[in-house]
Design a protein around this ligand. Structure first.
Ligand code: VNL
Length: 194
């Protein structure tokens, strides 16, 4: 359900074709709400059917056209209502933590390998988040740059600061995951002699 809010959020920046949405989404909103293209395209259709988005045909290639989506007034109202509604806390649901509680059922080498894979993932993810954050700070992120082009400086500052705030939360989490993985290696070393 939140995917539609994530898509409205993106499209409040500027109207986009489905292809632009998919490309831009993966470099921005996906960091806070991951979704594959296989969910995005059908959701855009449903959102247009439900009146949250509207589309116009824009030229594409030599003779073709493409749908460019924009947020309708109804879409913006729906989004604002959701933004101001109470936040429902998401209960814990992470296989890494489920497994961690029962790693006594697995061979230590298998555990070590999974910790290594998790570590590689989080290191890469952290670097990506920090890189993206830097493009928000200097306002060079293309999605953000297009969004703030039509804003005055005070509005632009507000837009940018909240985005940086969101990334600071993601970066802090990634660092915590990495420290926790280190603790996992230390626990293996302590409990199994090699
Ligand atoms: C936007 C731009 C969002 C860059 C982002 O992440 C981002 C935006 C939530 O303008 O919607 O990294």
């Amino acid at each position: 359900m939140s995917l539609r809010y994530a898509l409205i959020a993106l499209l409040t920046g500027r109207p986009m074709t489905g292809y632009d949405i998919s490309k831009s989404f993966s470099r921005s909103v996906a960091h806070v709400w991951h979704a594959p293209d296989s969910q995005i395209y059908p959701e855009l259709n449903r959102m247009e059917r439900d009146g949250l988005l509207d589309s116009v045909e824009v030229p594409w290639g030599k003779k073709g056209t493409k749908k460019e989506y924009h947020v309708t007034d109804a879409g913006l109202t729906t989004f604002r209502k959701w933004m101001e509604a109470p936040l429902v806390p998401q209960r814990q649901r992470d296989p890494a933590h489920l497994k961690a509680a029962y790693y006594d059922f697995a061979a230590p080498e298998a555990v070590r390998e999974q910790l290594r894979q998790q570590q590689a993932y989080w290191e890469e993810h952290l670097a990506m988040l920090e890189g993206t954050r830097a493009t928000l700070v200097d306002r060079s992120h293309p999605t953000l740059a297009a969004r703030i082009a039509k804003l005055d400086e005070h509005e632009a500052e507000l837009t940018v600061r909240f985005k940086i705030y969101a990334y600071d939360g993601l970066i802090a989490r990634a660092r915590t995951e990495l420290a926790w993985i280190e603790d996992g290696f230390a626990l293996l070393d302590e409990m199994y002699d090699s």
